[in-house]
Design a protein around this ligand. Structure first.
Ligand code: NAP
Length: 462
């Protein structure tokens, strides 16, 4: 039976790898999710088979309870709440890994089994990462859900205190590796790991949480990988390594797209810059009505729509689809420019636009579309701000200096739908709004696009 279990594990691991590959593109993402789910189901079946588990009823009960909770959450949760939902998943996964490690540690000690140094290294890593990821993810979820204050909470010598605490936890972990029978150390070690998770997250601003969540994802994966070594389970090693590395790669991509370093995200208290950098000086800008905006769009031959976080807040994707259909029917060439960190999580815009069935071949990545803005008649920015800020190219004092942006300012006419002149995530003014070619369209994205669509049909056939 162990052989059969291992064969099932191989298929399961292959499905996990394919799942990651397929999730790379919106066209194959659904298949990717299905492959991941099937892989996980096979992993459970493989474990029952490989270990000849007689009490499989417990596993089935856990599977059914998990499914009963997870499936409704997927439907109830709005898209804008996905980052905090992801944080919740990581908290549960990390806690599971930490508790399995804890149980294994006490079980082996009670039965006077030898816990060899390699197994203890794996157990210590598993529980350390598992516990800190558990509380860290809960803190991240609290910040994103605004249950906890979003601003970074800082105090003097914070990094030194955190470092010291981590060093003590690590020291106790080393002691446990050397003398596993010192069971009294374990609760202190676990407690410090839990506290460190909280302290690690409180100095980070709520808006940086998506990057931190990707990093916590990586920790949870590494914890599961360590669990695989501790329990001698190959599939856990493979799945944990995939999870750990993909989380790390994702956070690196996000940091690069924001031109930030890991240290800046983790220790930079970025949310504080938001208030200090917000400008108050009055500058002139032009605004326009939905009717005027419709006229500009009607006269255009090419339009590039730039969606951002405001699109997600307003849930304007279906209205944007109506606008897209309308313009395409008129022979206007409409494309969507997707910035890698538009919105609040990777792929945020792709998911929203896919929900409205916007054809994938109309979605263009930043590097591919930037050359097209100069030839485009209208750039229509909908709820995006930082990702269009030309200051990122020129203003060395700007917190987003160096961040690659969409070259919206190069279009012949720019129209920006947002509710006010308020800044976005980075808390800074956007020079784009004060250009002669820019028209500000003030209002909620969904309502404003709907007004534009209403104005457009009246002009058909005129
Ligand atoms: P943004 O800079 O945060 O700007 C969003 C804009 O949407 C705001 O200026 C807001 O202006 C407007 N808005 C909000 N609700 C709206 C509504 N109902 N209708 C119309 N407009 C609305 O967003 P972004 O341009 O997408 O840039 C993303 C930012 O998040 C970047 O700075 C990025 O570094 C950061 N970030 C992204 C990720 C990621 O993975 N995607 C992760 C971490 C951080 P008003 O209030 O005036 O309406």
């Amino acid at each position: 039976m162990a052989h059969l279990g291992n064969y099932i594990y191989v298929v399961s691991a292959a499905l996990f790898i394919l799942s990651l590959k397929w999730m790379n593109s919106p066209a194959t993402a659904r298949r990717g999710v299905f492959a991941g789910e099937t892989g996980m189901l096979l992993a459970i079946v493989g474990t029952v088979v490989a270990h000849d588990i007689f009490n499989w009823q417990w596993i089935l009960a856990a599977f059914l309870i998990g499914t009963a909770i997870g499936v409704p959450i997927a439907y109830i949760m709005p898209m804008t709440a996905v980052p905090q939902r992801t944080a919740m998943s990581h908290a549960c996964g990390a806690l599971a890994a930490a508790l399995v490690g804890t149980a294994e540690f006490y079980r082996a000690n009670q039965l006077h089994e030898t816990l060899s140094p390699p197994v203890m290294v794996a157990l210590v890593l598993e529980t350390l990462l598992g516990f800190l990821t558990f509380t860290g993810s809960l803190m991240a979820m609290g910040k994103l859900q605004e249950i906890l204050p979003q601003r970074p909470i800082t105090y003097r010598n914070q990094n030194a205190v955190n470092f010291l605490l981590f060093a003590v936890a690590l020291g106790l972990g080393v002691r446990l590796i050397l003398v596993p029978s010192d069971t009294w150390i374990f609760p202190i070690f676990a407690g410090l790991s839990l506290i460190f998770g909280v302290l690690l997250i409180i100095p980070i601003g709520g808006a940086d949480m998506p990057t931190v969540i990707a990093l916590l994802n990586s920790y949870a994966g590494l914890s599961a990988c360590a669990m695989g070594f501790a329990l001698n389970n190959n599939l856990l090693i493979v799945a944990g390594a995939l999870d750990g590395s993909s989380g790390l790669i994702l956070s690196i991509i996000m940091c690069k797209a924001m031109n930030r370093s890991f240290t800046n995200v983790l220790f930079g208290a970025f949310g504080q810059i938001q208030t200090s950098a917000a400008q108050t000086q009055q500058r002139n800008y032009r605004s326009a009505s939905p009717e005027e905006a419709a006229s500009v769009l009607e006269a255009a031959a090419s339009v590039i729509i730039v969606p951002g976080y405001g699109l997600a807040v307003a849930q304007a994707q279906h209205k944007i689809r109506e606008l897209y259909d309308n313009l395409m029917r008129r022979g206007v060439d409409v494309k969507f420019a997707i910035h890698p960190v538009a919105g609040r999580m990777p792929g945020h815009m792709n998911v929203l636009l896919a929900e409205a069935d916007i054809p994938y071949d109309r979605l263009w990545e930043m590097d591919d579309i930037n050359g097209e803005f100069a030839q485009c008649d209208v750039a229509l920015v909908i709820g995006a701000n930082d990702v269009t800020n030309p200051g990122a190219r020129t203003d060395k004092s700007s917190p987003i200096f160096g961040m690659p942006i969409l070259d919206v300012d190069k279009a012949r006419t720019v129209m920006v739908i947002k509710r006010s002149m308020n800044p976005g995530f980075a808390g800074i003014d956007n020079d784009l709004y004060y250009l002669d070619k820019t028209l500000m369209l003030f209002g909620d994205a969904k309502a404003f696009v709907s007004e534009i669509v209403k104005e457009l049909p009246a002009k058909v056939g005129v």
